[in-house]
Structure formats: C-alpha cells, structure tokens
Design a protein around this ligand. Structure first.
Ligand SMILES: Cc1cc2nc3c(=O)[nH]c(=O)nc-3n(C[C@H](O)[C@H](O)[C@H](O)COP(=O)(O)OP(=O)(O)OC[C@H]3O[C@@H](n4cnc5c(N)ncnc54)[C@H](O)[C@@H]3O)c2cc1C
Ligand code: FES
Length: 252
C-alpha cells in the first residue's frame, strides 16, 4: 500500500502512565490502509525530522488511529503538548507490520515503550494470544487492560517488583508453546526472545527501532545488518524492510 501525508484531527488525548501519552486521531484513509505493526512519521512543528511512532491500534469503523508514546526528548515533549482539536501532520502507514494468522497460537513479548505496536496484532488473536509485557515499574505499565479486553492472557513483569513478576519479562514465556512469537522492546530483550524461539523451533518476528530521517527508504539513515538467504550479511533498512523482521534474518 502507498503511504500518504494527512492532516489528522486529534480526537482523544490521555496521559496513561509516567511521561506516556495516548493519542487518537481521525484518519479514515490511513486507518483503512494500515496494518498492525506499521508506523507513522509524525511532524512536530519546529523540528526538521519527523518522529517515528508505531500505530498502536487501528479502528476502521470509526476511522481512527491510536498512538502511545513516551517523552524521550524535545520532539516527543512538544508532541505531548498537542490538545484535542489540534491537527497532526502524519505520514503513514509506513513499514511492513506483523504477520497475523488467526487460529494460530501467538505469544507477544513487549518491553517498555515497545509494547504499543503489539496491541493491534494481539487483538486479531484474542484468546489465542498470551501477552507478556515488562516495564521498569508499575508507574510505566501501559495497555495491560487493553490486551485483557481483547481476550488475551496477560502476564506482567517489572524490574522493581512493583507490579506482577519481579524480574524479566522473558521469565514469563517458557511454558507457552506458541506457533509464532511477536516481540518489540529493548535489544537485550529481543536477543533473548529470538534465542528462545530458535532453541525451540518457534517462528519469531521482532520489531526494531532505529533512528530515522526520511522513513521511506530514501536516505539510508536507518541501516541495519541483515542475513540474506545464503547467510551473508547485507545492509537493510528498518523503515522500508521492517520495522518487523523474521528474527533469524537480523544480525542481533
Ligand atoms: C519504527 C519505530 C517505531 C517507534 N514507535 C514508538 C512508539 O510507539 N512509542 C514511542 O514512545 N516511541 C516510539 N519510537 C521511538 C521514538 O521515535 C523516539 O522516542 C522519538 O523519535 C524521540 O524523539 P525526541 O525528539 O523526543 O528525542 P530526541 O532524542 O531529541 O530526538 C533526536 C532525533 O533522534 C531520533 N530518535 C531518538 N530516539 C529515537 C528512537 N528510539 N528511535 C528512532 N529515532 C529516535 C528522533 O526521531 C530525532 O530525529 C519508535 C521508533 C521507531 C523507529
Ligand atoms: S529513515 Fe531514511 S532510509 Fe530509513
């Protein structure tokens, strides 16, 4: 599908966790075209480069897209100041998205602000999904009720033990035996999930984050090392070839 730039009215904003915002925009054409796991490149006035933010959820019936983002620097801090009724300049949908195969059993593994891109795909699996999510602390926990409302079994870990399991999110996945694993989060978590999937012969897709400029494969700004079919390393691009990759294709 072709991406497009649209001015989209912000119809809902909420601060849902520490420094973490939940925006819904009216964007019927983009919602009709978007797939779970794709991302948007959002213009923040005064900043040269757009900011890549995952499409957290797609509501085709109401023609809306949802984004959940954390303040990390000046751009996201400015974005958080937008109010209902303001317009956001959005280039989307970008990238490829997760495979969705309803009827199969899926395990979603998310860490921190890597959790939002998993919601749309997990909704397609509903009761056939186990969602394991890890956060720094209870203050940063997001979207657990959204996954539960979709019928998914939710397991939570926190670094400080303030919510759920005290430890790593990867401690929570060993009994699941899924057909597919979808993961997004810090590289150390992705490495552990990919290794677990490989050891157990489970198909695994991981969503990568890389600094981006154009977002459409034109500037070579988001290069990542990938393996080709012969096992040789070549440079791919997170924005164009990803952000979702078969785990075994990525040089982790
Ligand atoms: C495909 C993709 C999906 C993402 N989805 C989300 C999401 O759903 N929610 C969320 O909170 N964050 C997400 N991020 C990370 C988000 O893009 C950065 O946190 C954000 O760009 C930081 O901008 P800033 O101006 O606040 O920070 P600054 O550090 O001031 O940014 C300076 C420059 O670096 C870039 N940059 C900084 N950190 C990152 C990063 N981690 N990834 C990519 N570019 C970065 C910025 O875009 C900007 O061009 C995603 C990143 C990618 C690549
Ligand atoms: S951001 Fe320009 S090629 Fe990926």
């Amino acid at each position: 599908m072709k991406y497009d730039v649209k001015l989209c009215e912000l119809v809902r904003t909420a601060e849902i966790a520490a420094d973490t915002y939940d925006f819904t925009v009216r964007a019927p054409e983009l919602a009709a075209a978007a797939k779970p796991g794709q991302f948007a490149h959002i213009y923040v006035p005064g900043r040269t480069l757009r900011r890549p933010i995952s499409i957290c959820d797609i509501d085709r019936e109401n023609g809306t897209l949802r984004f959940v983002f954390q303040i990390r620097g000046a751009g996201t801090a400015d974005l958080a100041k937008f109010k209902v009724g303001d317009s956001l300049d959005i280039l989307a949908p970008l990238g490829n998205g997760f495979s969705v195969e309803p009827g199969k059993k899926a395990l979603f593994v998310g860490g921190g602000i890597g959790v939002p891109p998993l919601l749309g795909a997990a909704k397609h699996y509903g009761e056939n999904a186990v969602v394991a999510v890890g956060f720094r602390s209870a203050d940063y926990a997001i979207l657990t009720e959204d996954f539960k409302a979709a019928g998914c079994a939710v397991r939570v870990a926190t670094d400080d033990g303030s919510l759920g399991h005290h430890g790593l999110v990867t401690d929570l996945i060993r009994d699941v035996q899924p057909d597919i694993i979808c993961a997004c989060g810090p590289m150390v978590m992705l490495r552990a999930v990919a290794a677990y999937a490989k050891e157990n012969g489970i198909r695994c897709e991981i969503s990568l984050e890389e600094r981006m400029a154009c977002g459409i494969g034109a500037c070579l700004g988001c290069a990542v090392e990938l393996y080709d079919e012969k096992g040789e390393i070549y440079m791919g691009h997170v924005c164009k070839d990803g952000p979702v990759f078969a785990a075994e294709r990525v040089v982790l």
